[in-house]
Ligand binder design. Structure first.
Ligand SMILES: C[S@@+](CC[C@H](N)C(=O)[O-])C[C@H]1O[C@@H](n2cnc3c(N)ncnc32)[C@H](O)[C@@H]1O
Length: 159
């Protein structure tokens, strides 16, 4: 990878931290996702998805089982808020893959109210690249059917 590309890919300016495939496969086995509300048509992980033009933040996700790997950067707080709110709706489950930034306001305002938080051991390699991310990640689950946490969640350790 060229120095410039690496700089963009691993900076918070990059919106395109594509979910590692194996990692998604493992989660999808458990949740069976049917909505990717933040995607481009070429990187969507579900056939039903919303692009920036459609603005996933402005859409209703009710009834969906959504996988959300949001655009990183300042806007991430809005995606965490939206995911929390959608996860309160009937029959709706929202699973986020986000940086484990436990000192942020959005973490304290919303992630602390999640039904599950799985802190990932090791660093993910986004976008099929060979470099590990410079930040730790977490899987955060917001779902309406409160009181039914998953027993024995699959290990998401990545070294
Ligand atoms: C981190 S990437 C995730 C891509 C893919 N869904 C995945 O999991 O690998 C975030 C994506 O959200 C898209 N995006 C940015 N703003 C958006 C918006 N308002 N609504 C929907 N998608 C948006 C970006 O173009 C980018 O492709």
């Amino acid at each position: 990878m060229k120095k410039h590309d690496a700089k963009v890919l691993f900076s918070s300016k990059s919106m395109e931290w594509a979910t590692p495939r194996d990692f998604f496969r493992k989660l999808n086995k458990q949740f069976d996702f049917n909505l990717d509300p933040c995607a481009q048509s070429h990187n969507a992980v579900c056939s039903k998805h919303f692009t920036a033009d459609e603005d996933g933040l402005a859409q209703d996700w009710e009834g969906a089982t959504a996988f959300v790997n949001p655009p990183y950067g300042r806007g991430i707080a809005g995606w965490v808020k939206k995911s929390y709110e959608e996860g309160c709706k009937n029959g709706t489950t929202v699973v986020m893959l986000i940086p484990a930034r436990t000192d942020t306001r959005y973490w304290h305002d919303y992630v602390m109210k999640a039904d599950e938080v799985r802190l990932i051991k090791g660093r993910l390699k986004f976008g099929g690249g060979s470099n590990s991310a410079p930040f730790p990640s977490a899987v955060v689950v917001f779902r309406n059917d409160r009181g039914h946490p998953v027993e024995n969640p699959p290990s998401l350790a990545v070294m």
